[in-house]
Design a protein around this ligand. Structure first.
Ligand SMILES: Nc1ncnc2c1ncn2[C@@H]1O[C@H](COP(=O)(O)OP(=O)(O)O)[C@@H](O)[C@H]1O
Ligand SMILES: [Mg+2]
Length: 227
């Protein structure tokens, strides 16, 4: 088991009180499996991913990544865990404007102290895997929206994460490129045996998932756990 969320409750300040974004939510994502997360806007999907990514600490509950309980870990330790074990793909690619596609990926390896030469080889392999072998030396402004999102996905996989977290990766894309991006995530998730959690608002994407869960008011609705 690669990602285990147990009894997660997350609240945000809301006027005089607190808003409950996640309410005793538990979810396990096995390696090599793609779990799709659906639910209405405001139901807690992005909050769930932020907690799973260890970017937001829950009020209560535990997040176990690849057998490591993150509960007592400090900020530095969590940052290191994210760099090595967690790939994150959010809505906007957030590429660095001055770097070429291959350099966006090489930066990730640099952050964990890997050899630059090996990093370049892996980066080029990954760009090839996402269909961008001929765009390796292009900066973001010369890439289409779909191509940028592919670079984003390749970058998330650079350090061979065991957990891949993807939040509505297709919201800026047309239906055709969106379907291609989601298909690619599913394929790479299986090939790299990552535990993958994919939030999507597009039900046509659910066909590629091994399992679908629905979030409502911060809770999972297991009745929807079929794709
Ligand atoms: N940083 C924040 N501060 C306060 N409230 C927030 C914050 N982020 C999300 N929320 C609230 O938490 C609830 C869940 O939001 P979110 O996880 O973004 O849902 P979804 O991704 O399903 O649209 C919503 O009511 C939202 O308004
Ligand atoms: Mg969201």
């Amino acid at each position: 088991m690669s990602l285990e969320l147990t009894g997660i409750t997350l609240t945000y300040p809301d006027g005089d009180g607190r808003l409950t974004a996640l309410d005793h939510l538990s979810l396990t994502v096995p390696r090599g499996g793609l779990t799709a997360v659906v639910g209405p806007s405001g139901s807690g999907k992005s909050s769930l991913l932020a907690v799973a990514a260890t970017l937001v600490r829950p009020d209560s509950g535990t997040v176990v990544v690849d057998g490591t309980d993150t509960t007592g870990m400090g900020r530095g330790e969590l940052a290191e865990l994210r760099r090595r074990r967690i790939g994150i793909v959010f809505q906007q690619p957030n590429l660095l404007p001055s770097l070429t596609a291959v350099e966006q990926l090489q930066v990730m390896a640099h952050l964990v102290g890997r050899s630059p030469r090996r990093a370049r080889t892996r980066a080029l392999e990954l760009l090839d895997a996402v269909g961008l072998a001929d765009r390796a030396d292009h900066r973001p402004h010369r890439l289409s929206g779909g191509q940028r999102q592919r670079v984003n996905i390749a970058r998330a996989l650079m350090n061979e994460p065991t957990v891949l977290l993807v939040d509505e990766p297709t919201s800026a894309l047309d239906h055709h490129s969106g379907a291609a991006v989601v298909g690619l995530i599913a394929e790479l998730a299986r090939r790299n045996a990552t535990a993958t959690l994919l939030v999507t608002h597009d039900r046509s994407h659910l066909a590629v998932a091994d399992r679908t869960v629905e979030v409502r008011d911060g809770r999972l609705r297991p009745s929807a756990a079929v794709s």
